[in-house]
Write a protein that binds this ligand. Structure first.
Ligand SMILES: NC(=O)c1ccc[n+]([C@@H]2O[C@H](COP(=O)([O-])OP(=O)(O)OC[C@H]3O[C@@H](n4cnc5c(N)ncnc54)[C@H](O)[C@@H]3O)[C@@H](O)[C@H]2O)c1
Length: 307
């Protein structure tokens, strides 16, 4: 069985994701699409120049929506990152551009006959994931946003740095919007098997400060180079590979939660059928309130974008 991935939007993020896929042979067939024809053709040629020195081969197709008909996964990294360079670090500044782009791209994906799974990176990701789902008509569990998979990684990085351990020894979640209303659900966080709330008492950790570091992590990277790419591309390709391989892995991704009436990040089991099962966490009253606020915020913004 061949593995076919499409990457739409070959800017900083899409190109990084595509390179990660090509360098590791994660797909047999890769379809690259961008309205900047010269740029996407140049990237494809550059990847082909890498191949003689790689242990894996990838067949690359450029700017052909019809090639997406039998793709397993499409990654959307469409966007206009310059719009994110605003004084309030608001990811919604990109919405007027990306909502229109997602409607156009979504219609072309639908026309191609694509019936695989979508992994959405484009910001504001929870709203754009909803738009893609509506426009493509794909089942809700087949359209997934990277959501707080990245923010949870940023939280793990902040906790690990504080405790001087490997970030993979931290488990737990940031929940809600991939944006300013997200939060770390500390009740879910364990370090080397121990609840972080206990460690915080023993070692006098300031969890609010660590939460802040996770939340502003993206802005810190952004201010350094005017885009972010490695963290998110790694998260998106991890999600795509989890779908391709049917790994059935628990991940905090943006998925449609009926009780909140919106896409938002909440852990789910991801596998070949996309979001296969939605988990139910035992959150504290405070965390439940924060999640509701985040859900309401995403819903309001989604309603505005579809007016
Ligand atoms: N979800 C996350 O965690 C996360 C993290 C980082 C970036 N992002 C988002 O990812 C997106 C891409 O970021 P970037 O830095 O690569 O931006 P970028 O501006 O460098 O690249 C965007 C690319 O999309 C292309 N594009 C725009 N409209 C298109 C269309 N209709 N069809 C095909 N291609 C189109 C552009 O030509 C450009 O190459 C942005 O929305 C950004 O905010 C999300």
């Amino acid at each position: 069985m061949t593995r076919k991935i499409g990457v739409i939007g070959m800017g900083n993020v899409g190109a990084t994701a595509a390179h990660y896929i090509v360098a590791n042979g994660f797909a047999d067939d890769l379809v690259l699409i961008d309205i900047r024809e010269a740029k996407v053709k140049a990237d494809a040629l550059d990847f082909e120049d890498a191949m003689p020195n790689l242990p894996v081969h990838t067949n690359i197709t450029v700017n052909d929506y019809s090639a997406l008909k039998d793709a397993d996964v499409i990654i959307s990294a469409v966007g206009n990152i310059k719009l994110q360079d605003n004084p309030t670090d608001d990811r919604f500044a990109e919405l007027p551009f990306t909502s229109e782009a997602a409607k156009k791209v979504g219609a072309q994906i639908k026309a191609s006959g694509f019936h695989g799974k979508m992994v959405v990176i484009t910001n504001p990701v929870d709203v754009i994931t909803s738009i893609y789902q509506q426009v493509t008509g794909l089942p809700k569990n087949h359209v997934v946003g990277t959501g707080t998979l990245l923010d949870s990684a940023r939280m793990k990085r902040a906790v690990a740095a504080k405790l001087n351990i490997d970030s993979r020894s931290v488990v737990g979640y940031n929940l809600g919007e991939h944006g300013n209303s997200q939060f770390t659900a500390w009740s879910t966080v364990r370090v080397l098997g121990k609840p972080i709330t206990e460690i915080a008492k023993e070692r006098n950790l300031d969890l609010d400060e660590l939460d802040h570091q996770a939340k502003v992590g993206g802005h810190t990277v952004f201010h350094g180079k005017k885009y972010t790419n490695y963290g998110v591309a790694t998260a998106a390709v991890h999600l795509a590979n989890t779908i391709l391989s049917g790994a059935e892995t628990e991940m905090p991704v943006s998925n449609y939660r009926e009780e909140y009436g919106t896409y938002l990040s909440y852990p789910a089991i991801v596998g070949r059928d996309g979001v296969q099962e939605q988990l139910q966490l035992e959150l504290t009253e405070d965390e439940l309130k924060k999640l509701q606020i985040s859900a309401d915020y995403i819903k309001t913004k989604f309603a505005e974008s579809t007016k």
